[in-house]
Design a protein around this ligand. Structure first.
Ligand code: ADP
Ligand code: MG
Length: 694
């Protein structure tokens, strides 16, 4: 037997338990040892001081059984009680079992629990303050030394469990497999790195992670695995990136300018220096022999759409198909309208593809795409559905990339293996985080804004003040957004809802045209309202955060955000970015209540700075980023133990070490790097399509 053998051959497991373990993904002995605890309990009589959040409360008692009271109750419950003393203290231990007419549920307990015998108890005090009545969860006889080693008088692991998987069983199984097999665990990390970073070796770390002797050891074990996960991730990205560079796409681009030039003329403004630089970088990438993989990062309103359009048009000029994917239907619609505005009468065919098309329309568009009768497809996730087959897809652009996950990016990539890819985001990402999340991408940053933009004046006010100011702006012909966090009133949370507040707003602004916009409205309705807002036929738009991403209504100069305390810093900044998109002075009002210290910090940050890059340096921004970047929702980063937001210092070290290692051994061909190579392939070969390492 070795670590790859099935768990069913381990002592005390067998085929039935092996099947139960299979349900949680544990098949081999190696899997069992790699089943990481989520928490720990300190089951020593003298507990360690300063137990941190990793620890669950646990009550442990060691004493001699004094007397026994076997109780039979009238209900379906049976109760067994014993009085136990450790000399200084006497407690009542209580066992509960569901009554079973077919056998004595306490037969084992009655055999074990006899006066004069010494036992260990683990359980829950009936009353947390007066610990003299204990509901027993586990007990161990003093004579059962083998069991004690894994379960008692030490720190024990707490695993994610299922119905049929008991804590005690799991703990024993892991304990005894570690005892016999931990030393066989291959060391994936180069020894030199372990020494340099002071990390435990794999077998030691694994033992210490499950059954640490003390807090310090647990900390060291975690450190080792956090490092390992981050190091492998950054290695995988780097290799992936190198491989993309080695792919030959086998087609080229000519700058014909037959569409680009008239498009530029129609725009009616000059590109900013940042936009020019970005377009140059993108065009250069597109004309390279290997596919482009680039991230364009630019604050809200910095003008990313026209950059994307330039690239899409370059593809169209060369007779290639391209896709432009946005996270929401509303945004896709808006992009479509922008295309209509700027590309009228130019020789370029574009279509919109969202889930809201009727089956007939949808089929028509899909057919056209397959036949190559569309140059540019603008749409939502619908574009990545398997039924959509391009004839000649050469360029893919993802807007608001942070709303998608790595997997969706991979799915789009799959549509055009050798195609160029550009992803765009308004979310400034700290450098290390960028490398962790997008380590396969090159980066372009838009540093300046289109000319004439004014700072959006932001303040935290009461509703009446916000409405008064809104009235003033409306009278000057400006438009306003009023955002509420939810669509309909809900009993669970004390939040203002669009539907309810809209009735109020309608009356307050009765001399203006008001409308409502939220995600649950019919597609055509949404489209009509958006179009009317963009064309200034609507003055006040009452909406949910569906307007958060990308919307571009230059006439809007007021943004009111209700229940601002509920939004993360990045979302607030995005919402604010819907105004201040023209030469008009714009204002953003944050209305909030029940401010937690964290929420207050966010609101203050919003009021004191307007730059997304400055905001991105705030702690609460980084803390809230998991949600914004979709790290959690998309399950991209299915780390077992690392957290890229929390462990950014460790990530920095891992990145440094990765650079150094790849410099010395780019293809991991040195003998000492074989285990690392094997581990990388195992983890990432299928996941991210890292095809080979040569
Ligand atoms: P974002 O980067 O947030 O996606 P958009 O692409 O929506 O920003 O652009 C915001 C607004 O700025 C749009 O109305 C766009 O037409 C305008 N714009 C973009 N570039 C320039 C420029 N160089 N000069 C003037 N206005 C511009
Ligand atoms: Mg945009």
């Amino acid at each position: 037997m070795n670590i790859t053998s099935s768990v069913q051959y381990l002592k005390g497991i067998g085929p039935i338990k092996a099947e139960i373990l299979g349900k949680v993904g544990v098949f081999s002995i190696n899997d069992l040892m790699a089943y990481f605890p989520v928490k720990w309990q300190d089951r020593k009589l003298e507990k360690e001081k300063d137990l941190n959040d990793d620890f669950q409360d646990s009550y442990v008692f060691f004493g001699k059984i004094q007397s026994i009271k076997d109780l039979y109750t009238s209900s379906s419950l049976r109760i067994f009680r014993a009085i136990i003393s450790n000399g200084a203290q006497e407690i009542e231990a209580v066992w509960f079992k569901r009554h079973n007419p077919r056998y004595d549920v306490f037969s084992q307990i009655r055999r074990d629990i006899k006066p004069g015998i010494k036992i260990w108890l683990v359980g829950k005090p009936e009353d947390p303050l007066f610990k003299f009545k204990i509901r027993v969860e586990e007990y161990y006889l003093e004579t059962d030394e083998r069991a004690q080693r894994a379960h008692i008088n030490r720190i024990v692991p707490v695993y994610p469990l299922t119905d049929k998987l008991s804590a005690k069983f799991m703990r024993s199984a892991v304990y005894f497999s570690l005892l016999n097999y931990a030393q066989e665990l291959p060391e994936a990390l180069p020894l030199e790195l372990l020494a340099k970073r002071g990390l435990l070796t794999a077998p030691l770390a694994l033992k210490a992670l499950h059954f640490p002797e003390n807090l310090l050891e647990l900390k060291r074990a975690k450190k080792r695995f956090i490092y390992e996960e981050l190091f492998l991730l950054t290695m995988a990205w780097a290799i992936k990136r190198r491989q993309t560079r080695n792919i030959k796409k086998g087609y080229g681009y000519d700058l014909k300018k037959n569409i680009l030039t008239p498009f530029k003329e129609k725009l009616g403004f000059d590109f900013t220096d940042s936009q020019k630089t970005a377009i140059n970088q993108i065009f250069k990438d597109m004309r390279e022999p290997s596919p482009m993989s680039r991230l364009l990062e630019g604050d809200v309103g910095s003008g990313k759409t026209v950059i994307a359009m330039s690239a899409l048009l370059l593809a169209a000029e060369n007779g290639y198909q391209s896709a432009f994917m946005a996270p929401t239907e509303i945004l896709a619609e808006q992009h479509f309208m922008t295309f209509e505005k700027y590309l009228k009468n130019l020789p370029v065919r574009f279509e919109i593809l969202t889930s809201k098309l009727s089956p007939v329309q949808r089929k028509k568009v899909i057919d056209k795409i397959a036949k190559g009768e569309v140059d540019i497809v603008i749409g939502t996730h619908s574009i990545i559905e398997p039924s959509v087959k391009f004839k000649n897809l050469k360029l893919m652009i993802i807007d608001e990339q942070h709303r998608f996950g790595v997997r969706q990016r991979a799915a789009l990539r799959h549509k055009g293996e050798k195609a160029d890819m550009l992803v765009m985001t308004a979310t400034p990402i700290p450098r290390t985080l960028f490398l962790a999340l997008y380590g396969d991408l090159e980066l372009s940053i838009l540093k300046d804004m289109p000319p004439g933009r004014q700072k959006v004046e932001t303040s935290s006010v009461q509703e009446d003040t916000a409405f008064k100011e809104t009235r003033i702006e409306l009278s000057k012909g400006r438009q306003a957004y009023i955002v509420y966090p939810i669509i309909e009133e809900s009993k669970v949370a004390d939040l203002k809802s669009v539907k309810e507040e809209f009735e109020k707003v309608k009356i307050i602004f009765k001399d203006y045209k008001t409308a409502m916009l939220h995600g649950r409205m019919k597609s055509a309705e949404k489209k009509r309202i958006m179009g009317e807002f963009l064309n200034k036929k609507i003055d006040v738009l009452v909406a949910t955060p569906v307007v958060e991403v990308g919307l571009d209504a230059p006439g809007a100069a007021i943004m009111i955000i209700n229940n601002a305390e509920r939004f993360g810093l990045a979302s607030l900044h995005q919402l604010r970015g819907r105004v201040g998109r023209s030469k008009y002075k714009s204002k953003c009002f944050l209305i909030s209540n029940n401010l937690t210290p964290d929420a207050r910090e966010r609101i203050n940050a919003m009021c004191s700075t307007s730059s997304g890059f400055e905001i991105s340096e705030k702690d609460s921004y980084i803390r809230g980023m998991g949600d914004v970047l979709g790290i959690r929702q998309h399950g991209d980063m299915d780390f077992k133990i690392a957290d890229i937001l929390r462990d950014s210092d460790m990530l920095k070290k891992a990145i440094e070490d990765k650079d150094e290692l790849l410099k010395n051994d780019p293809n991991l061909l040195k003998r000492e790097n074989f285990p690392l190579r094997r581990k990388l392939l195992k983890l990432y070969q299928n996941k991210w399509n890292i095809i080979d390492l040569t």
